[in-house]
Design a protein around this ligand. Structure first.
Ligand SMILES: Cc1ncc(COP(=O)(O)O)c(C=O)c1O
Length: 380
């Protein structure tokens, strides 16, 4: 079956966070990370079945769902995980905060890198522990971890490292060597690793693969908490369904206790959608990635030629991280909004002078957004 990712679907007046921000203004929203595509037909059908049954009660995790996930992890990554290692949560951000509560004492520090998806930067608010941030380093037009800096930070004390792989916002796809080096440092300094891999399905080039952090060695598996979800992949983030993989039973119990009574169970719509997504939507996903690859190529080509803009190769995610410091703009997001494009502001990711563009949209919308950006930049 061929899916029509070119279809324009009006999201105005749907309470969409992405579109509601600019309601009644001629600004194309290219900020928050959801896509302007319909969810795959089997997912919509599964949700229709729940609705037509008509009773929307409390629900257990469907018997087969964790097994469907573990088979998928094996098939995609050769990563062997037992179904009991999977815990379901109504979101990756709540699981991230749960990990911050669960691991380390109040006096111990949490470490992450910048720029980073903004909720990583506010975990102290919910767990009361200090967060230390370390800038990513850039090597040959690619953002990656600053390993010497990370080691120094771990030497000064850390209980937990918050990692994002593939990396939002820089779109880095980490190599096996890099992940091994990270996990070895964590083992050496007894740091628990929380690896947010929500973007793992968005590897844009066929020659590349995502490597789960926990899969690189038994030691990595024993100290890693992996966060994954069908939400970004199948464009169902509003359903609140994600899962956590924790192979070590002691860490798993600690994580479970930290969430108990605070974080609700996933609801039956989320479970129904996840089951259909993982069992019936491989062809949809394959076509989606091919479409996003085309969008990515267009963004690289066009943004690379815009005055004052610099962009590194986008290897994963549907998010482009653009360095606009050479434009000389004081407030680039306001400038682009004034010119009809709504982007995410780098300052919320811990790095000013950058904007993030979400290209998970029909090609014609992307072309219009890029045209508006280009026209605006020529007026500076
Ligand atoms: C790295 C990362 N983690 C988590 C999330 C959000 O996860 P959830 O909606 O399941 O809380 C996002 C959404 O953009 C993200 O980019």
């Amino acid at each position: 079956m061929n899916y029509n990712f070119d279809e324009i679907i009006d999201r105005n007046n749907t309470h969409s966070m992405k579109w509601g921000k600019y309601q009644d203004r001629d600004i194309l929203p290219m900020w928050v990370a959801d896509m302007d595509f319909k969810a795959p037909p089997p997912v919509l059908k599964a949700l229709e079945q729940v609705i037509s049954h008509g009773i929307l009660g409390y629900t257990h995790v469907p018997d087969t769902l964790s097994g469907i996930v573990t088979k998928r992890l094996m098939r995609l990554y050769g990563w062997q995980v037992e179904p009991e290692s999977i815990l379901w949560t109504p979101g990756v951000v709540s699981a991230l905060n749960g990990a911050c509560r669960a691991f380390g004492t109040r006096q111990e520090r949490i470490v992450t890198t910048t720029p980073i998806y903004p909720p990583f930067l506010s975990v102290s608010d919910s767990c009361g522990k200090d967060l230390v941030t370390l800038p990513m380093t850039e090597i040959q037009n690619r953002s990656t971890l600053d390993f010497p800096g990370l080691e120094r930070t771990f030497q000064e004390g850390a209980a937990l490292f918050l990692f994002c792989s593939p990396y939002n916002p820089c779109s880095t796809l980490f190599t096996r060597e890099e992940i091994l080096e990270l996990t070895e440092l964590c083992t050496q300094y007894k740091v628990i690793l929380c690896s947010d891999e929500i973007h793992s399905d968005f590897v844009l080039d066929p020659e590349n693969v995502h490597i789960p952090t926990a899969s690189v060695s038994p030691e990595a598996g024993a100290r890693t908490v992996t966060l994954m979800a069908p939400s970004k992949t199948f464009n169902i983030p509003g359903l609140g369904c994600s899962f956590v993989v924790i192979e070590d039973p002691i860490l798993r119990d600690r994580f479970r206790s930290a969430l108990k009574g605070l974080v609700p169970d996933v609801n039956l719509m989320g479970f129904a959608a996840a089951r259909a997504a993982y069992e019936e939507c491989d062809d949809w996903l394959e076509q989606l990635i091919a479409y996003l690859r085309g969008n990515r190529d267009m963004v690289m080509e066009r943004v690379g030629q815009m005055p004052g803009c610099r962009i590194n190769p986008v290897k994963a995610t549907y998010l482009a991280w653009i360095d606009v410091r050479d434009t000389g703009l004081d407030d680039p997001v306001k400038f682009f909004e004034d010119n009809g494009v709504g982007l995410s502001d780098g300052k919320f990711f811990g790095k000013e002078g950058f904007v993030r563009l979400n290209f998970g949209c029909p090609r014609s919308t992307l072309v219009e957004g890029l045209n508006r950006m280009e026209r605006a930049l020529k007026t500076i």
